[in-house]
Unconditional design. Structure first.
Length: 357
């Protein structure tokens, strides 16, 4: 796999790369900058070496840097990509993603993931100022350099950062805390490269949920056969021919009733019910698995048992999980929770890193 890391000045991208090298067996690859050699002045007045040094410290603690070896330094992104393509089962990391065309090229490969780093402006400025080898900068000059680094219409990195699969907010105060939180994220998890079957079907369930018109909760469901072929999908909302719940079709959902209350008056069909109705009993064979982004309610659970589903996989809990689990246990239906590896915007200061913002 190849992990690319980009980010704001002094946000810790090189520190994250060094963590992967030191703790997860990654090897670092380098790409020559298209407009300047290392150490030469950049357009924003901060040298490449200065910004690199600044980004390799956490609260003033310098991080060991490995020198660039000729065999791991490439003149073009194409050359780097050719090198990794025949060695993709090894672990590689680079922080030298300078432009969108480079990112476009790397993103075509199934073994590439982009990670971005960011941090509050004052935090990044203090890191810069506390580094023993940095050039002195006023706050105003640092802000100007940072803005140019991110938002320059020709060379700014913000368009790349916005495309990252994992976007880290690194406000860690020391190296030990940063490494501990990175360990919980499991950045080397290959499910982010090529989703496992669980990740794949749960993603389809989440996509189906976006079609929901229910005012209470979006829920999506996918019914999968033993050979891992999709039998049917479903999402919750009012039945065919009735006005959509979001347009006032279900008085119960539009009244603000609490979760699990007044279900007998609800006109919405649940995602699981829709998937089962779409499949029909004849298409459901032994070994069928139902993926749902929310644990089924008690009403759906008894129907799932009736049609012969072998296993139910869910990602989020509901208000009656224990009742549902009891029904499935008695009926011999396996129930398990699957939470995909976190993606999107992740604040490293949050205690629960399993939840993306």
């Amino acid at each position: 796999m190849l992990l690319g890391i980009c980010g704001a000045l002094c946000s810790g991208k090189k520190t994250v790369a060094q963590y992967l090298v030191d703790h997860h067996g990654f090897q670092q690859l380098y790409l020559e900058h298209p407009s300047s050699s290392p150490g030469s002045p950049s357009p924003n007045g901060v040298s490449e070496s200065t910004s690199a040094l600044a980004s390799t410290s956490v609260n003033g603690t310098p991080v060991r840097q490995t020198g660039r070896k000729p065999e791991t330094t490439f003149p073009t992104a194409e050359a780097l990509l050719d090198f990794v393509t025949t060695r993709w089962r090894s672990r590689w990391v680079t922080t030298d993603i300078h432009t969108e065309p480079i990112l476009d090229l790397l993103s075509r490969r199934p073994f590439f993931i982009l990670i971005s780093t960011s941090a509050p402006l004052l935090t990044r400025y203090r890191r810069h100022q506390s580094h023993p080898h940095r050039a002195p900068l006023s706050l105003e000059d640092f802000v100007s350099s940072s803005d140019d680094h991110l938002f320059n219409p020709d060379t700014g990195l913000q368009p790349l950062i916005s495309r990252a699969t994992v976007r880290l907010i690194n406000s860690s105060s020391d190296l030990a805390h940063l490494y501990a939180t990175l360990g919980k994220l499991d950045l080397a998890n290959e499910d982010r490269l090529r989703p496992s079957w669980d990740s794949y079907f749960m993603s389809l369930a989440s996509l189906a949920a976006r079609r929901s018109n229910c005012m209470k909760r979006r829920v999506g469901c996918v019914l999968v056969g033993r050979t891992r072929r999709v039998i049917s999908t479903g999402y919750n909302g009012t039945p065919r021919g009735l006005r959509n719940c979001a347009d006032g079709g279900c008085p119960r959902c539009n009244s603000g009733s609490t979760s699990g209350a007044s279900l007998a008056t609800c006109l919405c069909i649940h995602a699981e019910e829709n998937a089962l109705l779409e499949a029909g009993r004849d298409r459901i064979r032994d070994g069928a698995v139902l993926y749902c982004d929310t644990c089924p309610c008690l009403t759906c659970s008894i129907k799932i048992c009736q049609v012969g589903i072998s296993e139910v996989v869910y990602s989020q809990g509901y208000s009656m999980d224990s009742e549902t689990a009891a029904v499935f246990s008695e009926a011999g239906v396996k129930l398990r929770q699957f939470i995909p590896p976190p993606e999107g915007l992740i604040h490293l200061e949050k205690p629960d890193l399993g939840l993306a913002l």
